[in-house]
Design a protein around this ligand. Structure first.
Ligand SMILES: Nc1ncnc2c1ncn2[C@@H]1O[C@H](COP(=O)(O)OP(=O)(O)OP(=O)(O)O)[C@@H](O)[C@H]1O
Ligand SMILES: [Mg+2]
Length: 312
């Protein structure tokens, strides 16, 4: 339903994205996860026909976004990063207007405006001026216009940014409910959001895709690594050195708990052996081991580990 093949976009001689390749099948909700300036918006603007790639190709529902731009656009609904809402219009007039400029006939507009008002829970704001709506409700109007012409594909650029926690929950539910019937690609830099809504995640960093997987499999992939928490008595600088020396240990950080013991957080290769050797090392130095347990890695940590370069 969405195909992107080797998309590259230069602004001057700066590559905002390079070699971006992925696809999304019908009904899938694909999360596009990356920090600021990763290239999320750039990719989405290419997919929605707002600008051409420097090289590479993309298609929506089988239509090339450059060569068959009009057809491709007919099949995609787009919620841009900042929704260009006409604030002096009433919600219903704005939606009708968007229907008209998309070439829908009067009957279809009537029917679809009623539908999307319900889908996006805008019933109480039907005749309200957009200027009077809160950010969250404007965002819903943005979603409403994106699905108005019944596109199979939805491209949502940070749909929950800047809205309050209660409305975030509702917006996520709305997006989830749109999946299945629509193929959705949504960008975010909020990690829990991806595991909540998406079937699959693409992690993009500095214009390149660094990982593509299900939220669950991404977790499991890094299960090759695990996080171990230890409480130890002893001089932290020496303890850190000793723990780092244990084979399989990749990183050690610590926090002083103030009661004579220090908590250490260790990222290591998975396995009983590493844990056994950590314990052994502490005992050999005559320090006391007060706690040793493994902690699951959050998607947040996975994201950081995938996007942080070695030297960082
Ligand atoms: N029109 C433009 N002209 C020049 N550079 C641009 C333009 N649009 C984007 N860029 C650059 O391309 C890179 C990717 O930007 P993009 O907006 O795609 O990132 P993003 O992942 O959407 O980030 P954010 O999370 O901040 O929205 C950035 O370094 C940005 O400065
Ligand atoms: Mg962006």
């Amino acid at each position: 339903m969405i195909e992107a093949n080797n998309l590259t976009k230069y602004f001057g001689d700066f590559p905002a994205i390079s070699g971006v390749t992925f696809s999304a099948s019908k009904g899938e909700i694909l999360g596009f996860l990356g920090p600021n300036a990763a290239g999320k918006t750039t990719t989405m603007r290419i997919l929605t026909g707002f600008m051409p790639p420097s090289s590479g190709a993309a298609s929506i529902a089988g239509y090339d976004v450059v060569a068959q731009s009009l057809e491709a656009r007919r099949h995609v609904g787009y919620l841009p990063e900042t929704v260009p809402l006409y604030t002096d219009m009433k919600v219903k007039d704005y939606l009708r207007f968007m229907g008209t400029i998309r070439g829908m006939d009067t009957k279809a507009i009537q029917r679809r405006v009623n539908d999307v008002i319900q889908t996006c829970h805008l019933e109480s704001y039907y005749t309200a001026y957009i200027s009077k709506l809160s950010k969250g409700f404007r965002q819903r109007v943005g979603v409403a216009q994106a699905i108005l012409h019944e596109p199979e594909v939805l491209v949502l650029d940070e749909p929950t940014v800047g809205i309050d926690p209660i409305q975030v929950v509702e917006t996520r539910q709305l997006i989830k409910s749109l999946g299945g019937e629509h193929t959705i690609i949504l960008s975010t830099h909020i990690l829990p959001e991806v595991s909540m809504i998406c079937n699959r995640v693409i992690i993009i960093h500095e214009g390149e895709i660094v990982a593509v997987d299900t939220p669950q499999a991404l977790g499991e992939r890094l299960q090759g690594t695990e996080r171990i928490q230890m409480d130890v008595t002893g001089p932290p600088s020496q303890v850190v050195g000793a723990l780092r020396a244990v084979p399989g240990v990749q990183d050690v950080t610590y926090t002083d708990r103030g009661d004579g013991r220090t908590s250490y957080s260790i990222v290591s290769r998975r396995g009983d052996e590493v844990r056994a050797n950590l314990a052994k090392s502490v005992v050999q130095h005559n320090w006391s081991l007060l706690r040793l347990e493994t902690a699951a890695m959050s998607l947040e940590e996975i994201f950081l580990r995938l996007t942080t370069t070695e030297e960082a």
